[in-house]
Structure formats: structure tokens, C-alpha cells
Write a protein that binds this ligand. Structure first.
Ligand SMILES: [Cu+2]
Length: 149
């Protein structure tokens, strides 16, 4: 019982956009591994959504907004680390993706932040997000909720 309580608070601690370097070492050995997933969380709290998007167009495109019916507010975020080693995150107005290129949203980098969740998110739930691009329009993604990352 005690273990599950500790685990619960650990999940809360990392339910933002934080990067746990011990748990998530740089995956240099698997550069092509695609990770489309969302972080488990609870109602009223935050979750992060991570995915790779490939621009199918022969022109550059710009991600200008995101939306999820499962959160009161959804934003594009970027994580940063100051010279003093302090980590944080901030809203990013848009992400440009060049023709035929990928953008990668991942822990510790660009991500979609689901804020004030309407319901709990646990396995085997999934998260639906809509990406709004200047050129491609609306692109819907469904991401599995998983803690195994
Ligand atoms: Cu964030």
C-alpha cells in the first residue's frame, strides 16, 4: 500500500513536462523510435502529449494551435533549461515544419500540454488532440495513455 502511495506522488511530480534524466536517458541508440503517447494524470491536473508529425506537403507548414476535448485548456509548450540549470516550460505560439520533414514532440522538448483535465487519464485510455496547421488544416491524433516511458 505504501508503495502505491509513493508511486502516486512520483507520477504527480512528473505529471508536468519535467524530464527525469535517470528514468529517461537520451535514446541515442534508437533515433528512429517513434513515440506517440500521453502521460497518465488525474482530473484537474496536467498531462503531456508526445508524438512525431510528418509534414506530407511539398511546402512548409506551421502548427498554430492545438485542442483536446479532454482538457479545459491545451497549449503548445517548449521545455528549457537556464544557465543555472533551472528547468521550466513556456508556451510556444507556433511550430514551423519544413516540407516533407518531421517535428518531434517529446519529454524535455516541444510538447502539447493538456491543462485542467476533465477526467482522469489512465491506461488503457487514449487522448485525442486536434492539431491546427496553416496549410494542412485540422489533423486529429489519438495517443495511448501509458506510464511505460
Ligand atoms: Cu508543458
Amino acid at each position: 500500500m505504501k508503495t502505491s502511495v509513493v508511486l502516486f506522488f512520483t507520477i504527480l511530480l512528473f505529471s508536468g513536462c519535467g524530464d527525469d534524466p535517470k528514468k529517461n536517458p537520451p535514446q541515442k541508440s534508437e533515433p528512429d523510435k517513434i513515440q506517440n503517447w500521453a502521460r497518465p494524470s488525474v482530473q484537474g491536473q496536467m498531462s503531456g502529449a508526445y508524438f512525431v508529425y510528418k509534414n506530407p506537403l511539398s511546402i512548409a507548414d506551421t502548427l498554430i494551435s492545438v485542442y483536446s476535448p479532454q482538457a479545459m485548456m491545451t497549449q503548445i509548450h517548449e521545455s528549457y533549461t537556464t544557465e543555472d540549470g533551472l528547468a521550466g516550460m513556456r508556451e510556444k505560439a507556433e511550430i514551423i515544419v519544413q516540407a516533407k520533414q518531421n517535428i518531434t514532440l517529446k519529454q524535455g522538448g516541444l510538447h502539447v500540454m493538456l491543462m485542467n483535465l476533465k477526467t482522469d487519464l489512465q491506461e488503457p485510455d487514449s487522448v485525442t488532440i486536434s492539431l491546427i496547421f496553416k496549410q494542412a488544416g485540422k489533423v486529429d491524433l489519438t495517443l495511448p495513455v501509458t506510464a511505460n516511458k
